[in-house]
Design a protein around this ligand. Structure first.
Ligand SMILES: [Cu+2]
Length: 144
């Protein structure tokens, strides 16, 4: 493509349209009744570290990140943080928002002693939550 012959403003406009189009794209639908839940530990549990967290999912399947397939997604574990206000954006990836893009269904965490919250959020092949979002109950555990 000989884009070097395009006026600079035209290329800028095309990039802007591509970016805004992506932002306006519909979120991936989740089926009715889909549910994410934390199998263990139980809400209110007092545990010794390291903590193994087992993820549960009903009504949908797991697919690795980057694999687009109906009614699937991959888990994200929100640690000591809230569900993002804007669910139309890909989820952050940091120590509070951990992606399981290989399709993992459990993890082991080393958390400092004290209270911690854990919550699962499923997201699509591009790490954006489904519509409606598939979010587990938030649990609180105490690491001794
Ligand atoms: Cu992800």
């Amino acid at each position: 493509m000989k884009i070097r012959f395009l006026p600079r403003f035209a290329l800028g406009a095309a990039l802007f349209l591509a970016a805004s189009g992506a932002a306006l794209a519909d979120r991936t639908p989740s089926p009715a009744g889909a549910e994410a839940y934390i199998v263990s530990p139980k809400d209110g549990a007092k545990v010794k570290g390291p903590v193994t967290v087992v993820f549960g999912l009903k009504g949908m399947g797991i697919a690795p990140a980057g694999i687009k397939f109906d009614n699937t997604g991959h888990h994200h574990l929100l640690i000591d943080t809230e569900v993002p206000a804007n669910l139309s954006l890909p989820l952050a990836a940091d120590e509070h928002n951990v992606h399981f893009g290989k399709g993992q269904t459990e993890t082991t965490l080393t958390l400092p002693p004290g209270k911690h919250t854990l919550q699962l959020l499923l997201a699509d092949s591009l790490h954006t939550p489904h519509e409606p979002a598939v979010i587990s109950k938030k649990i609180t555990i105490t690491v001794q």
